[in-house]
Design a protein around this ligand. Structure first.
Ligand code: NAP
Length: 288
């Protein structure tokens, strides 16, 4: 990739940001497209977020992704926030439009992309989300978009679970279908769920033998149910290995990662982007 006088800048902000796979994935796509852009990581301390955004405006940055810990803190600094990002309460993609910063969240769309090929009557299928952190928020919004009439969120801390459920009160259409579930009640709900999503880090490398559900609990999931793990290293996780052994549908987090990135790049470049190139860049890097 040649950096020229005309090259425009994209990037990702986080603190830390070194772990981010976004530069790899986006620069692979930009190179394949011959787009005159470069995508860089920016480690921005939380105290410097406002100054960084002002600086980005000053240098004419086209847009950027946001990772932990800035996904919520960025919101008051933006001029416009999409409905889905407002509902999720987090922004992962920002772009400049007519001297204004606009933000959205592409995680829910990324999550849904991997489910697109599946023929299901989502209205009749309750979704069960394990964990109530940041990713669970995008998953809840996505399950609502999918049409699920019941969304159960299981958490190990009753207080955190209660505040998670409360945090959706401004979105009554989601609150109406959302229930918090104490972890020990999972065996009663697993047989009824059509889609079970691991939105905890349990089972992530280097703890690949761990699983949020035991083998016995995975065995309680009903015929045709979908086990969806947001984790993408290892691939598959222990949760998904057990799901496959039980003849369930197993989906890992790689496609969500690819698709949330592709959706962001499409916003910035306003044209279709090479999703396969982005996926392959990650697969090569992760050695999968
Ligand atoms: P987070 O905000 O830290 O939330 C983690 C959640 O998991 C919390 O609710 C936490 O509960 C729960 N949890 C942690 N350990 C647990 C355990 N042993 N048993 C039960 N619950 C437990 O993290 P996040 O940002 O939501 O990310 C969650 C996972 O999703 C990570 O593995 C991340 O890599 C993955 N992810 C993937 C993508 C993708 O594109 N594929 C995107 C985003 C995230 P407590 O609050 O009680 O600790």
């Amino acid at each position: 990739m040649a950096i020229k006088g005309t090259t425009q800048l994209l990037g990702v902000i986080g603190y830390p940001v070194e772990h981010s796979l976004s530069p790899l994935m986006h620069n692979a796509a930009l190179a394949q497209m011959g787009a005159d852009y470069a995508y860089l990581p920016f480690a921005i301390h939380p105290d410097a977020l406002g100054a960084a955004i002002a600086g980005f405006a000053a240098i004419g940055l086209r847009g950027f992704n946001i990772t932990i810990p800035h996904k919520q803190a960025i919101i008051p600094l933006l001029d416009e926030v999409s409905e889905v990002a407002q509902a999720i309460g987090a922004v992962n993609t920002v772009w400049r439009s007519e001297n204004r910063w606009c933000g959205t969240n592409t995680d829910a769309a990324g999550f849904l992309a991997a489910l697109k090929g599946l023929d299901r009557n989502w209205e009749a299928l309750p979704a069960l989300v394990l964990g109530s952190g940041g990713a669970a928020r995008a998953v809840v919004a996505a399950c609502h978009q999918l049409g699920c009439q019941q969304i159960w969120v299981a958490g190990r801390s009753p207080d955190k679970l209660a505040s998670f459920v409360q945090s959706w009160l401004a979105t009554p259409e989601i609150t109406a279908k959302l229930s918090g579930l104490p972890w020990d009640q999972l065996p009663d709900y697993l047989p009824k769920a059509g889609l079970v999503i691991n939105a905890t880090p349990v089972g992530m490398h280097p703890h690949g033998d761990n699983s949020p559900l035991s083998e016995q609990e995975v065995g309680l999931m009903g015929e045709g149910a979908i086990a969806y793990d947001l984790i993408y290293t290892p691939r598959p996780t222990q949760f998904l290995r057990w799901a496959k052994a039980a003849n369930l549908i197993a989906i890992d987090g790689l496609e969500m990662l690819v698709q949330q990135g592709a959706a962001a790049l499409e916003i910035w470049l306003e044209q279709p982007v090479p999703v396969a190139v982005m996926r392959q860049a990650l697969l090569d890097h992760l050695d999968l």
